[in-house]
Write a protein that binds this ligand. Sequence first.
Ligand SMILES: O=P(O)(O)OC[C@H]1O[C@H](OP(=O)(O)OP(=O)(O)O)[C@H](O)[C@@H]1O
Ligand SMILES: O=c1cc[nH]c(=O)[nH]1
Ligand SMILES: [Mg+2]
Length: 221
Amino acid sequence: MTKASSSLSKSTLSKVTVADHPLILHKLSRMRDVETGVKEFRELAGEISLLLAYEAMRDLETAPQTLSTPIETAEFPMLSGKKLALVAILRAGLIMADAIVQLVPAAKVGHIGLYRDPQTLKPVAYYSKLPQDIAERRVFVTDPMLATGGSAVAAIQTLKDAGAQTIKLMTILSVPEGITAVHAAHPDVEIVTAAIDTGLNDHGYIVPGLGDAGDRIYGTK
Ligand SMILES: O=P(O)(O)OC[C@H]1O[C@H](OP(=O)(O)OP(=O)(O)O)[C@H](O)[C@@H]1O
Ligand SMILES: O=c1cc[nH]c(=O)[nH]1
Ligand SMILES: [Mg+2]
C-alpha cells in the first residue's frame, strides 16, 4: 500500500484497483514530465487506456461457443453477458474512450460534457448524449483525472438517472479525496486507476500530478 492509499478505508479500497504494471508506470511518468509534448502525451494516454481496459474488463463474462479451427471443432470462450458502453467525460476522457473502443469495437459510446469551475471547483454540466439502451449495458466511464471527485460523481449520477446499473470508472490519476467522494456517493462503482497521488493543491490540481489533462491533450495552454 502506498502512503496516499493508506488514508483510504478498507471498504473504499475494496472498490479500487491500482493497475501499477511497470509498463503503465513508465508511460505515466512520461506523461507527468512537463517536457512531454502534445503528440507524445496523447499517444501515452491512449496506450495507458488500453492497458487499463485490460484490467477493468478482466471480469467480462465469456461463454463457450463451438468453433472449428483448421484442425478440429471444439468449444472456445467468446464474450457474452451484457453489451458494453464507454462513456467519456469531456473533454479529457475522450482520448481514453477513443483508444479503448479499438479493443471493443461493438461498444456504444456516450459523452458527458462537464468542466470544473476554476473558482468553486464544482462541475458544470454542458452536454449529455448517451446510448438509449444504457440500462442494459455494462458502462465504463473514462476520465484521466479524479481530483475532488466532483466531475466523476456528477457523471455517474447522470448515468444512473438514465438507468445505468453496472458502472466502472477508469482514470489514469486519482487522489484519495476523489476516490473517497466517488465511494461515498456511489459505493457500487469500482474504480480502476494507474496511480493514487498524494493529494490536491490549493487550486484543486493533483500533486504531483501531470497538470491539466485536457489542456495537455488538446494543446489549449
Ligand atoms: O475531480 P474533479 O475535481 O472534478 O476534477 C477532475 C476533472 O477536471 C478535468 O476536467 P476539466 O474541468 O479540466 O475539463 P476539460 O476536460 O474540458 O479540460 C478532468 O478531466 C476531470 O473531468
Ligand atoms: O490535476 C488535475 C485536476 C483536475 N483536472 C486536471 O486536468 N488535472
Ligand atoms: Mg481541463
